[in-house]
Design a protein around this ligand. Structure first.
Ligand code: FMN
Length: 328
């Protein structure tokens, strides 16, 4: 049974890929991910914010020794930045020397300029591709939707000029017109669109009157949003499509393939079920394909995407009226 699929220009052995998360930041876990049967892995993102924060901590700790020497601050900042970056480059090199599946580096971008030189180093370290984890919550009242979209487009274009590596763009679903944006950005030459990334969420404590973080992992119900957008976007974009968020059951990857995804990203299910989830999802896919008489993924991929299937028009449906009529 052939379950190979396309991802960022590679033919990979399984459509199940492990998304960027804390588990993908060390070599022991990466080896387990490969052994469990994943087709590719995306390393933990290096965050612009994280580097800046580490630089500031070091400056605070060491500043007493260097008071009166402003050039020392620049030195400390620069060396801390180099340290964070070189640790990341070491992880890429080690992963590439020990794994056979594609290893994708991930950077969290807000500004393209910060990453220009780093992207070249990622390429030299041997990464097979770069994922841009772009996290712009459209909360700034001064930014129009065109401004927000332009930020994404600018980053993609600048990074594309800086590297010949294939690029995956990971986005959220906070867009005024997600389909149009996804199509536009796929025309900019990205190899893969990854839906969706996950925002930090917080709650309010009514006793302490403080905020606190909640729900690190996704819920199973988030899957239906992923399924809907996969069915809608898969025929509109030029790049490969990775779909994920809320994939918890072994049949979920099959549904996303039917909706047109090329690959399925899993994270939360691995936190809750362990790496075995990857093996079980591959086994489920193979047994389902055997039962249906499919020999390879192209035999059924996108069969239930909205363009191909009139029943899939329900993915465009947003009103519950008919569904709930009669329920008191
Ligand atoms: C603990 C944890 C850490 C994560 N770190 C990153 C990250 O560094 N970069 C990134 O692009 N996504 C990160 N994510 C988001 C996941 O890659 C994924 O997009 C999200 O969890 C939805 O998939 P899931 O429902 O399978 O968890 C993280 C998720 C979790 C749970």
């Amino acid at each position: 049974m052939n379950i190979t699929t396309k991802f960022m220009g590679f033919e990979i052995k399984s459509p199940i890929i492990v998304g960027s998360c804390d588990l993908t930041s060390n070599i022991e876990n990466l080896l387990k991910i490969e052994q469990a049967g994943a087709g590719a892995v995306i390393l933990k993102s290096l965050f612009e914010e994280q580097i800046t924060q580490e630089m500031n901590v070091n400056v605070r700790v060491l500043s007493s020794n260097f008071s009166g020497y402003p050039e020392a601050y620049d030195y400390i900042k620069q060396s801390t930045r180099q340290e964070s970056i070189s640790k990341y480059l070491d992880l890429i090199k080690e992963a590439k020397s020990k794994l056979t599946i594609p290893v994708i580096a991930s950077i969290n971008c807000i500004s393209a300029s910060e990453w220009m030189s780093f992207v070249k180093k990622i390429e030299e370290a041997g990464a097979d591709g770069i994922e841009l984890n772009m996290f712009i919550l459209p909360s700034d009242i001064n930014l129009s939707h065109e401004d927000v979209e332009r930020l994404y487009e600018d980053v993609v274009q600048v990074i594309k000029r800086a590297t010949s590596l294939p690029i995956s763009l990971k986005i959220s679903n906070y867009f005024t017109s997600l389909t149009r944006f996804a199509q536009k950005v796929s025309w900019l030459g990205i190899s893969n669109l990854n839906i969706f990334n996950r925002f930090y969420t917080c709650d309010l404590n009514i006793d302490t009157l403080e905020t606190y973080p909640v729900a690190k992992l996704s819920s199973q119900y988030e899957f239906y949003n992923t399924l809907r957008w996969t069915a809608i976007l898969s025929h509109e974009i030029r790049s490969n499509l990775t779909s994920g968020t809320g994939v918890y059951r072994t049949e979920d990857p099959i549904k996303l393939l039917l909706a047109g995804a090329d690959t399925i990203q899993v994270v939360s299910a691995i936190y809750t079920e362990g790496y075995e989830f990857i093996t079980k999802a591959n086994e489920k896919l193979i047994s389902w394909m055997e039962a249906k008489g499919y020999n390879s993924i192209p035999d059924f991929k996108g069969k239930l995407a909205t363009r191909k299937n009139k029943d899939a028009s329900s993915f465009h449906r947003v009103q519950f009226m008919k569904y709930y009529s009669g329920i008191e």
